[in-house]
Design a protein around this ligand. Sequence first.
Ligand code: NAP
Length: 292
Amino acid sequence: MQIIDGKATAATIKAEIKEEVERLVAQGVRRPHLAAILVGHDGGSETYVKNKVLACEACGFESTLLRFEDTITEEELLAEVNRLNEDETVDGFIVQLPLPAHISEQSVIEAIDYRKDVDGFHPINVGRMAIGLPCYISATPRGIIELLKRYEIPTSGRKCVVLGRSNIVGKPMAQLMMQKEYGDSTVTVCHSRSANLKEECLQADIIIAAIGRPGFVTADMVKPGAVIIDVGTTRVPDATRKNGFRLSGDVDFENVAPLCSAITPVPGGVGPMTICMLMLNTLAAAKHEYYK
Ligand code: NAP
């Protein structure tokens, strides 16, 4: 059984990005610049944004963090989005989700110029991804594709079960695993209404779990030799930890790992790759790789 080490892979990719950035800067090109909008003080969001700023430093990017109280109105936030759309010194930006309930996330996503939408959430990027055109691919599924590639895990013609159908993970993941250029797999998507989820999983060569239910995928659902990608990151109370919680994946790692051929741990699997792919998207934005 092989542990798929997302932390080490992400460190390698960040070093590759940094090398390219320094080469570009030496040629007189401006450093890539990522901006992030953070609304409110959600603990998880604070951590994610902090890690994104740190990743920018590691890659040699410039970063700008714009913070707003959760009393900001939708109109005010849309004005900030518009300002970033027009700021020529910003290559790409993200609006950290979730947003307060009084703000429509979809309106904010659609207000972002798709050419700066390095999260890959804008309908133009989602649509282009679905038909295989150059675009920003959302970071978590792209990170998983990159892990499978770098670990030389065969996917073509294999049966892949994706658990979860959210817009940011499950749906794009299933699309990419299906597409010839990426997974080239036979894909089944399961969700909370799937009647035969366990039977589907038992048939799978690759299971990608993205549902947010700690320990949901148990050993009796896994075919021996399968590859397991665990996207789940749920905060579970843990009094032994300084911060009072630990991160738990969707897979019962202890009992599933001995069965499978390769598995991602939580933490240290998919998570570090996600931020790394945001950096790759930002580099692509700075180079106008997908859009002129
Ligand atoms: P989400 O929007 O809550 O979607 C969860 C999906 O799982 C839904 O499609 C839901 O089905 C399905 N589901 C929930 N309970 C289920 C059950 N008992 N059986 C079968 N399907 C079930 O979550 P998300 O944003 O996709 O995130 C999923 C997990 O990945 C979370 O733990 C999140 O923290 C984590 N995550 C990690 C990263 C990373 O970088 N590591 C990035 C993003 C998300 P319905 O559609 O029927 O409701």
